[in-house]
Write a protein that binds this ligand. Sequence first.
Ligand code: MBD
Ligand code: FE
Length: 280
Amino acid sequence: MTATATAAASGANATERFKSDKLAGAAGTPPERVDLLAREVLDAVHATIRRHKVTYAEYNALKAWLISVGEDGEWPLFLDVWVEHVVEEVATEHREGNKGTIEGPYYVPGAPERGAHGSVPMREGEPGTPLTWTGQVTSTDGTAPAGAKIELWHADADGFYSQFAPGIPEWNLRASFTVDAEGRFEIHTVRPAPYQIPTDGACGKLIAAAGWHAWRPAHLHVKVSAPGHELLTAQLYFPGDEHNDDDIASAVKPELMLSPRPVDGGETVEYGFVLDPERS
Ligand code: MBD
Ligand code: FE
């Protein structure tokens, strides 16, 4: 890679991505709701200040840090790492089908379509263990919904995402698959590496100052969709990763653990998805 990945550059990309894809939705939230939520969050901040006798020096450190989160473009990263998992839990608690988890900051819609059987775009000699993943998408009633799609994106063996780190082809390790008539698919990719969130920006400063670590376990991101069904956003994990039990983003669930088996020249894994029909 010629250029180096910086928190500010990947943060700026994630901020732009968010603004162009996700900014509809909450317009028209009634003032009573805004008042309730804003007041409760502020009450919690005030209670912390009183309980721990927060000083002016600490208040000013917080102020400087919050300013730097914006300057580094790290609001998407900060929120997705430390807040999104609870939003996801609340949004999906009614579901009977597959467990999901957080989306994170690095999804890009419109990845190349590869049909029911295919390889994600990758570079000549893409590093990482080759992984063949087969499975089936079904509905909670056991039928296979027509036209189900799996969008897959993940980091490379160095922990970098295309379109957020420099020097990687645009759609590297990003693809969309459309299942066959029985809901089945076969995906060829490489195993991603454990991932460290950027340490040179505001989130990294918080992690260092608090004595935390910056690691997420290796993971595959997916969005699984089908007409008439709720969109499933999930991540799949690999057994034995040392960060499965202390993911910085609190996004690991036992239901999302893969069981890969070694085969000639790589690994194979079976994992399918059960989608919930849309609620009427
Ligand atoms: C990631 O790859 C990710 O999945 C999350 C949730 C946060 C930062 C980077
Ligand atoms: Fe990720």
